[in-house]
Design a protein around this ligand. Structure first.
Ligand code: GDG
Length: 460
């Protein structure tokens, strides 16, 4: 018997929220395919007194349950523990992590309040699917509130090497809570292996014959489900009127010079300064390329209340200023760096126009921009993807130009090579990448995860 699907994610695709793209649509589809269900998350609102319930309303057969946060909860749980401790540590930036006990207390309290709330929405035959690092304790809190049905968890960001995860003062507490999930999904085999090794080496977990892990008196499954996009949808978007108009506009401005493109949330995990340095290095080393290609970086700001993000902004302003001052000419600017977001259609048009995409994060769970770029290409004249070996997507796209984003000279060399790559080689590399993004689409991802979750039922 298939019950309803109960989804919990920090933000939802409730009416009025921008459906940021593939993921929101995929989860909405998952809910409607099951004939409805509940989507729980933060409302985005900050209120003065601790809220008791959730705002509940139904749209297209899906029940949305949205809970508010108090200012103290937002500061401690969201900005604090989730984004000043978990995000940096999971992206291997222990140096940026701030371990405040009060932040963890807020994280725990919000997970507890949300877990109790969410348990009230469940019916015995349902399955629960929890998303991402904001909710590592949510499963355990639901169990404490009496929920004994299947709980799946998907981590959208990397699971770091055990030694790095262990730097979190609360890692033992987090691990015990994570063992309340029946199924834990990760983006890559590297993440899955890291998580398994952590449980086995640190907590004496035992790998069972069927691949499951016995740990803390529980038996759980840890498995890779690489998230994807809807390639046909994106390819169509890139051919639409709005996309073409955007490409024409930018093509005009850069006077049809080769476009090198980057699209990333402004986040220190994305390797933006290294990328700019490398583009500067290309110009240093290749006088013949000056004036012949333009680098456009789109970087919508995010989490601006966190110090490390403000520092990044200053760093990027400084770097572009320097490179442009060194190399710009009366009719050409080497780097255009836009600290704002654009509609998906515009992005699709720019991907198709670009000769080279730079997707060079220092660490990234998957990176959907890499897949969107591939989907948007003209098969007869595709652009080149320069991809960090530390993006989850690298596991699936070995025919991209793989780079170590810390190696500025190597990155500069890859950009240079990409700009000069012959058509035949571009086609061959692109065909393999296109085939790969068509294997693990977003529809595949949600089906595979939910199928695996259904089999964790005792009666399955
Ligand atoms: C996390 C993990 C994992 C970007 N700028 C604009 C815009 N975008 C869209 C892109 C893409 C999405 O946002 C970004 O997804 P990514 O995967 O690249 O990165 P994160 O935001 O860090 O996502 C990541 C992902 O979760 C999914 O599991 O792959 O590793 O870090 O779709 O196109 N969209 C619009 N305007 C913009 O300016 N409309």
């Amino acid at each position: 018997m298939t019950g309803r699907l109960i989804i919990a994610s920090n933000r939802t695709a409730a009416p009025g929220e921008a459906r940021a793209g593939g993921l929101a649509v995929a989860l909405a589809d998952a809910l409607s395919e099951r004939g409805g269900g509940v989507w729980f998350g933060w409302s985005g609102d900050i209120v003065e007194r601790e809220p008791r319930g959730a705002h509940v309303f139904t749209e297209d057969g899906v029940e949305f349950a949205l809970a508010d946060l108090t200012q103290a909860e937002y500061d401690g749980y969201y900005l604090g523990y989730a984004n000043r401790a978990l995000w940096p540590v999971f992206h291997y930036r222990i140096d940026l992590a701030q371990f405040e006990e009060a932040d963890f207390a807020a994280y725990e309290a919000v997970n507890r309040r949300f877990g109790r709330l969410l348990a009230q929405f469940t019916r015995p035959e349902d399955v629960v699917w929890i998303h991402d690092y904001h909710f590592l304790l949510l499963g355990q809190e639901m169990r404490a509130s009496g929920w004994s049905g299947p709980i799946g968890f998907f981590l959208h960001i990397p699971f770091p090497a055990p030694e790095v995860f262990s730097s979190l003062p609360q890692h033992q507490r987090l691990a015990r809570a994570m063992a309340a999930f029946d199924l834990l999904g990760f983006q890559t085999d590297r993440d899955t292996a890291n998580f398994r090794r952590y449980l086995i080496d640190t907590h004496g977990g035992e790998l069972l014959e069927d691949g499951r892990i016995a740990v803390f008196d529980r038996v759980l499954t840890a498995k890779t489900f690489s998230i994807g996009i809807d390639p046909d949808d994106f390819a169509a978007l890139a051919l639409g009127d709005e996309a073409r108009a955007a490409a024409e506009r930018v093509g005009g401005i850069i006077d049809n010079r080769a476009l090198v493109l980057g699209v990333d949330r402004m986040d220190y995990s994305k390797g933006l300064p290294q990328r700019m340095e490398a583009f500067g290095r290309v110009l240093d080393d290749n006088p013949d390329l000056r004036g012949r290609s333009s680098f456009l970086q789109i970087a919508p700001p995010s989490r601006e209340a966190v110090d490390a993000y403000q520092a990044l902004r200053v760093e990027l302003d400084r770097l572009t200023g320097r490179i442009n001052a060194d190399y710009a000419d009366l009719d050409w600017v080497p780097i255009r760096y836009l600290a704002r977001g654009y509609p998906r259609e515009t992005l699709a048009g720019l991907y198709r126009l670009a000769r080279v995409a730079l997707v060079t994060p220092l660490h990234d769970g998957m990176n959907l921009v890499a897949k969107e770029f591939v989907a948007a290409q003209d098969p007869e004249d595709p652009g080149v993807l320069v991809l960090s070996e530390f993006a989850g997507a690298a596991e699936q796209m070995p025919t991209s130009l793989l780079v170590n984003p810390h190696d500025i000279a190597g990155l500069a060399e890859a950009i240079h090579r990409a700009l000069l790559m012959p058509l035949e080689e571009r086609r061959e590399r692109w065909q393999a990448m296109d085939a790969s993004i068509r294997e693990t689409t977003i529809a595949w991802w949600r089906h595979a995860f939910l199928e695996a979750l259904d089999t964790t039922r005792p009666d399955a």
